[in-house]
Design a protein around this ligand. Structure first.
Ligand SMILES: NC(=O)c1ccc[n+]([C@@H]2O[C@H](COP(=O)([O-])OP(=O)(O)OC[C@H]3O[C@@H](n4cnc5c(N)ncnc54)[C@H](OP(=O)(O)O)[C@@H]3O)[C@@H](O)[C@H]2O)c1
Length: 187
């Protein structure tokens, strides 16, 4: 089945996405940025269905326990080591293609959009997958110390869309941190 693969990430100027298992700007909270993440990933395009979020094991544990699983979304966690889903997760998959197969088989009747929400290796797999891919990127316009990175968004493989429904085009600022929303689509 052909479906769009969506990725969503907030990234520092040096492509950093994480530090010590947390977001680079921790403990600063970007509440509106998080609300954007929640809106984009939880709003299905078909009434009665739910979107799927696919994430690595470390990203799962980077979510505060009280917020797991991410509500109104089917949460799939990837691990090569785990034999059962971590407490609270809906599904476990041993690799990315198994996660997508799960969406197209067992979840086919109730899943809508697929969102890859990190970390590094999953973004890489998603960005290198066949078919249409969209990357919803929050460009954080300030550098923080990072130990986890997004692969480069190649201009030969991705184009920046001039606008996208539901994504604010104007620059944002919260807690003194400036950022802007961008959407890239595979060419
Ligand atoms: N800025 C953002 O938008 C954003 C988004 C997400 C995460 N983050 C940050 O990024 C960091 C976590 O990301 P990360 O890259 O370090 O780790 P991660 O990708 O979330 O988790 C890595 C683990 O996931 C499992 N895994 C990953 N790819 C797999 C695959 N293809 N097949 C099977 N299992 C797979 C493995 O688990 P096992 O070891 O159990 O086998 C691997 O050790 C945190 O700091 C978090 O805050 C930031």
């Amino acid at each position: 089945m052909t479906r769009v693969l969506n990725g969503i990430v907030a990234v520092c100027p040096n492509l950093g996405i994480g530090k010590d298992g947390k977001l680079p700007w921790h403990p600063v909270r970007l509440s509106n940025e998080f609300a954007h993440f929640r809106k984009m990933t939880s709003t299905p395009s078909v009434a009665g269905r739910q979107n799927v979020v696919i994430m690595g094991r470390k990203t799962w544990f980077s979510i505060p326990e009280k917020n797991r699983p991410l509500k109104d979304r089917i949460n799939i966690v990837l691990s090569r080591e785990y034999k059962t889903p971590p407490a609270g997760a809906h599904y476990l998959a041993a690799d990315f293609s198994s996660a997508l197969k799960l969406v197209d088989t067992e979840l086919a009747e109730r899943a809508d959009q697929v969102w890859v929400i990190g970390g590094s290796s999953l973004y890489k797999e998603m960005m290198e997958s066949p078919g249409t891919r969209r990357l919803f990127v929050t460009q954080i316009l300030q550098q923080f110390d990072c130990d986890t990175f997004l692969p480069e968004i190649s201009p030969e493989k991705y184009r920046l869309l001039p606008e996208f429904p539901g994504v604010p085009a104007e620059p944002q600022e919260e807690n003194g941190i400036q950022y802007r929303f961008e959407v890239y689509e595979s060419i």
